[in-house]
Design a protein around this ligand. Structure first.
Ligand SMILES: C[S@@+](CC[C@H](N)C(=O)[O-])C[C@H]1O[C@@H](n2cnc3c(N)ncnc32)[C@H](O)[C@@H]1O
Length: 209
């Protein structure tokens, strides 16, 4: 069992300097997807190969995973994939990094850490303030995907996002209309485990209106 990392620890107050989109990607004009809590990045490596016309960005709080993922990107000479180490909340709240949010076409929160105890809910990556900040900075039409096997966490995330009037839910069947990648074609590591163990998956898609 891996030890959960406490995102509120002061270890994550210092944010690494994020390069510009043209430094991150071969073609900075491609549509941009962000995966928050990407772990070792396997989902994004698969997506980056599967759909080369998009750029993919992963943020992960476990430094070793990001170091390894970055090495793999260099070794494999992948030009549409970039990884950032740190607490996604701190990184995206930083004014210097608003350009990331403004350029996004979609964001995924795949199987975020559940932090079951009520007193730990403040460690969950989806928070009202964070969603309000996204709703103020995202372009209209940007999609947010959430997915988890924990019903309580799903209800919490759904309630937090749905409480913001700038987001409404859309059906998976309507994804093509929004020119998004189809997230069903690629499974995350946690999702593979959940499917293998025949656990429930709860998911929803929102659009910024
Ligand atoms: C349960 S794992 C799921 C990993 C992957 N998304 C998947 O579906 O297989 C949750 C991941 O989110 C990361 N994480 C948790 N809080 C985070 C935060 N505030 N910022 C960035 N990453 C975070 C954890 O370190 C962990 O790798």
């Amino acid at each position: 069992m891996r030890q959960h990392v406490n995102p509120l620890s002061c270890n994550f107050n210092q944010i690494e300097k994020i390069p510009s989109l043209s430094e991150m990607f071969g073609d900075s004009k491609s549509k941009l997807h962000l995966d928050i809590g990407c772990a070792a990045g396997e989902f994004l490596f698969d997506l980056a190969l599967f759909n080369t016309s998009w750029n993919y960005l992963g943020i992960e709080i476990r430094e070793k995973l990001i170091k390894n993922a970055k090495l793999k990107v260099i070794e494999r000479e992948i030009k549409n994939l970039y990884f950032i180490f740190g607490n996604a909340n701190n990184i995206l709240n930083d004014v210097q990094n608003k350009f990331i949010i403004k350029n996004l076409k979609s964001i995924s929160f795949n199987f975020p850490d559940p932090w079951f105890k009520k007193r730990h809910h403040k460690r969950r990556v989806i928070q009202t303030g964070f969603i309000n900040m996204l709703s103020n900075s995202l372009q209209r039409g940007t999609l947010i995907f959430i997915k988890t096997d924990v019903k309580d966490l799903f209800d919490y995330m759904d309630c937090t996002i749905s409480s913001n009037v700038n987001f409404k839910t859309i059906d998976k069947e309507d994804l093509n209309y929004f020119e998004s990648f189809n997230p069903n074609k690629v499974k995350t590591d946690r999702e593979k485990y959940v499917i293998l163990n025949q656990l429930d998956i709860f998911e929803k898609i929102y659009i910024k209106i």
